[in-house]
Design a protein around this ligand. Sequence first.
Ligand SMILES: [Zn+2]
Length: 164
Amino acid sequence: MAEPTFLVDINVGDLTKWLRAMGYDAVCLPHASDAELIGRALADGRVLLTRDAEIARRRVVSTGRVRALLLGPHDLMHRLRLVADEVGLDSVGRAFTICLECNQRLRDRPKESVREVVPAYVFRTQEAFKDCPACGRVYWQGTHWARMRRVMADLAPDRQGAPQ
Ligand SMILES: [Zn+2]
C-alpha cells in the first residue's frame, strides 16, 4: 500500500510539522474553505485530519471517497497518537526525511559542503547532514531533533499501554 499523505485542517494545524518530522507528506491550507479542503484531499488521495464534525458528516467522507479522521479536543500528543494508531504510522523509521517548513523530501548532503553553513560546533560534532531542495535549509540531528525523536519513539506501537 502507498504511504499515507495528509491534509491537515488549520483547526489541528499543529500536527503538520510533527507528521513531517515523522517523514510523512503533510499539507496545511490555512485559508481553504471546507469544500476546498475536501476537493484537495480527494484530488491528492490525502487523509484529511480535522476537528470539524461538519466535514466528517459530508457524503464524500461518509461514503469513504475521502478518508477523514475526526479528532476531538485532545492535546497535540494525544491527537498524534490517534493518527499514528488509526493510519498505522511508522513514527520513527522514516524520521528526518522531510523538510519541516516546506514538505519537500530532504537530500543527503556531504559533510564538507556544509562547513561554511552550519555553526562550528555542529560541524565538529555531527556527521550526517541533509538539505531541502526548496528552501535550502540544512538539517542535522541535533538536540532539538533528539527531543522530537524521543516523543516520536513514545508513539511507537510497542510502547502502547506502557506506564506513563
Ligand atoms: Zn524546505
